[in-house]
Design a protein around this ligand. Sequence first.
Ligand code: NAD
Length: 343
Amino acid sequence: EEGRPSSVNPVSSNLPRASIMAGPELRFDNKVVVVTGAGGGLGKAYALFFASRGASVVVNDLGGSFKGEGASTKAADVVVDEIRAAGGKAVANYDSVEHGDKIIDTAVQAFGTVHVLINNAGILRDISFKNMKDADWDLIMKVHVEGSYKACFLRRCCCNAGWLLQCSKAAWPHFRKQKYGRIINTSSAAGLFGSFGQCNYSAAKLGLVGFSETLAKEGAKYNILCNAIAPVAASRMTQTVMPEEVLANLKPDWIVPVVAYLVHESNQTENGGIFEVGAGHVAKLRWERSKGALYKPDSTMTPGAILKKWDQVKDFSSASHPDGPADFMGLLEQAMALGSNDQ
Ligand code: NAD
């Protein structure tokens, strides 16, 4: 299918697609793609795109406000109607991602399985830490972290008098069984760098990076690849925090191609990555570890001894880029061989 001209695309021209092919046309025929929060913003752009490239799409959206209040079937229905009107395949799901397993049930009932899961749904409860209420913290964790987890993992089995009545499965077991799965978790610059008034959102969004990094390690041998993105795009979420002229240049459509590449079968290697995407800029982020300082681990390892070598601790001139913990046994051996920290 690589390089297949758009003229043989089975879906009519109403859906967005690359106008001029700048590279192969990556298609998603026979793939089932689940997009959470697909009733608007980035999620809608993903859903329209995947449908235009031949995928069967589950359009999930709770249809509430950007603060997580209320619910409506309209948001998802509008997107499904648009996809179908253009000749694409889509079904709606209106569950909150807090019940993400039900969203996967919709995919399995409608299309038999799931190949791609885009954990995108999100809300904001911005407030300074001083004024934050438990409810602001809890809801953000529930929607972003638990929502992403629930779509990936098993529904709790429902038991009656010790007998298993039902055990419906979310995406992960399907991915493992078919030895194919692609997951995108949606992080944020707020999580990576911190952001005033968003400590709940920041904690959740960086939590999703750790979630992705671990799923990437556990999934690799089953051809399940998981990456995280930190997007910047115009949506109802950003319309109050960015000026109009900036938003005009930050289309969700410019996040879509990066996500589409990462979840396409042609991506066999990019796994556990963090990508900043927006305004036509795509960059990969990674962890950096300073060479650090070594101290003899004995009673001379005092706070004063730490201070003496603090410049070495924070010196990034000979830094490395780890994807796992330091080799503590090797370091310990070197540290034991040192003389006293008094010297
Ligand atoms: P958006 O508000 O336009 O879209 C989010 C969608 O998720 C909405 O349609 C909403 O109804 C849906 N949703 C909310 N809670 C839900 C729930 N519990 N269950 C199911 N659906 C739910 O915002 P957006 O900008 O498109 O955001 C998409 C994702 O990108 C979010 O995770 C957001 O945190 C993240 N993000 C966006 C930006 C940006 O610049 N727009 C920046 C960083 C991160």
